[in-house]
Write a protein that binds this ligand. Structure first.
Ligand SMILES: *Cc1c(COP(=O)(O)O)cnc(C)c1O
Length: 428
């Protein structure tokens, strides 16, 4: 009666899909135990930082106006600095998203005549405008900051010779993106990033290294700032907000880099001293507290999907057995019908807007139509279960998130259910 199978059936998952998925989930037990261990370690790291900063109810009180003497904001930033093992941090609702945080870190620390280097190929799409790779009003290029990039080698390893040749007297800041984002290269481990940083600092000691840490937080026991990065930067509506932060971004780094960034975040002279938190501190702290387990649930969902779709013959990146350093999963579904069915399933399993059917549509900045599924409590939140993909071969869906493993599992089962119903895959 109240068996899992019956409950899933009531929600639209057939017995055939349930049995197929349940078998795969069972085989992942040992792997999931390792992920839980990482979450446990990071949970303790977060609690340790909160205790060290004597977090108390007083820190949750809202400030308004200038936000002078906001003790909650100061404690939050000190807590982030302790987790990332940095001298300082900025964690603010006034940082609108990950791109904004990255832009603040870059503009705050670069000056006219300086050069920015990406030694890992083209950065995330939205940074092209910030850097001025696409001519854009207000870009770094307009302020006389030049840009250079060195692509990864064909086997996705670092092109050390090329990187050495690209570093020159103007090179001031190096940006390294941890997650693959929407590229096809693998995501770098923190250890790999550490090797790259050592090499770069060996060539030029005083260069600033910034890591775009989006989607990577708490997937490992260490963060890029533990291996020499001067700044780690990310979004609070991804991993570290734990699904509870309704907005925000963070930069954790050296005192000097954070001071420079803060003068760009507000303005020279005001820096970190202003910034009302408007009652959001509790959500930021509580989301951070939940983040290690939320991130673990999202990684489990990604691995579960990789195993299901690889077994059915689809190309999955990362594959079913590779180690994970972020929460993103790509599946090449090979047809527009399968891509749409997948997204319909994710949407149908959502707690919010489950009754909506996602449709492909034109998007500004994209040449092909894009389909997106998201039924989130926070708009655009990608730590919540979401999926999207452009309607072009190989019809790859990129998906990530799930505030709980159980929801991620249900969403993926529904994606398969829709594909089975439409005759796009056969389970036996
Ligand atoms: C999400 C993301 C960003 C920033 O995106 P926002 O939508 O502005 O938060 C930057 N880099 C990577 C790798 C990302 O995944």
């Amino acid at each position: 009666m109240n068996s899992l199978k019956t409950m899933y059936k009531e929600l639209g998952v057939s017995e055939e899909v349930f049995d197929f998925c349940e078998k795969i989930a069972e085989d992942l037990t040992d792997r999931f135990a390792k992920i839980d261990e990482t979450a446990e370690y990071n949970q303790l790291k977060v609690i340790q930082a909160m205790q060290k900063n004597k977090l108390s109810e007083a820190h949750f009180s809202p400030t308004t106006g200038y936000g002078y003497d906001d003790i909650g904001r100061d404690a939050l930033e000190a807590t982030y600095a302790d987790i990332f093992h940095t001298e300082a941090a900025l964690v603010r609702p006034a940082i609108q998203c990950g791109t904004h945080a990255l832009a603040i870190a870059l503009f705050g620390n670069l000056r006219p005549g300086d050069e920015l280097l990406s030694p890992v190929g083209r950065p995330y799409d939205t940074l092209e405008s910030v850097i001025g790779i696409n001519p854009t009003p207000g870009s770094l290029a307009e302020y006389g900051v030049t840009y250079r990039e060195v692509n990864l080698k064909e086997d996705y390893s670092f092109d050390y010779e090329g990187i050495k040749a690209a570093i020159n007297e103007k090179t001031k800041l190096v940006t390294i993106q941890r997650s693959k984002g929407y590229a096809t290269r693998p995501t770098f481990s923190v250890e790999q990033i550490g090797e790259l940083i050592s090499f770069i600092k060996g060539v030029k000691k005083d260069v600033i290294v910034m890591v775009d840490n989006c989607y990577g937080e708490f997937t490992e026991r260490i963060e890029p700032t533990d291996v020499g990065a001067d700044m780690a930067v990310g979004s609070l509506i991804k991993n570290p907000g734990g699904g509870l932060a309704p907005v925000g971004g963070y930069i954790a780094g050296t005192e000097k880099c954070i001071e420079n960034a803060s003068c760009r975040m507000t303005c020279p002279g005001l820096g970190r001293e202003v910034g009302p938190t408007l009652g959001l501190n509790q959500a930021f702290f509580q989301g951070l507290f939940l983040s290690p387990t939320v991130t673990a649930g999202a990684i489990k969902g990604a691995i579960f999907a990789a195993n299901i779709y690889e077994k059915l013959g689809f190309n999955v990146i990362p594959n079913s057995v590779e180690p994970r350093y972020d929460i993103i999963q790509a599946v090449s579904l090979n047809s527009p019908e399968a891509l749409c069915a997948f997204c319909e399933g994710i949407q149908a399993a959502a707690p919010v807007d489950s009754f909506v059917k996602p449709e492909p549509s034109d998007m500004p900045g994209y040449t092909d139509q894009v389909i997106m599924a998201a039924g989130a409590f926070v708009q655009g939140s990608s730590i919540e279960l979401s999926a999207d993909g452009p309607l072009r071969p190989p019809y790859a869906v990129y998906f990530q998130g799930g505030l709980t493993w159980d929801h991620a599992k249900f969403g993926i089962m529904m994606s398969l259910q829709k594909m089975v119903e439409k005759g796009l895959v056969k389970l036996s």
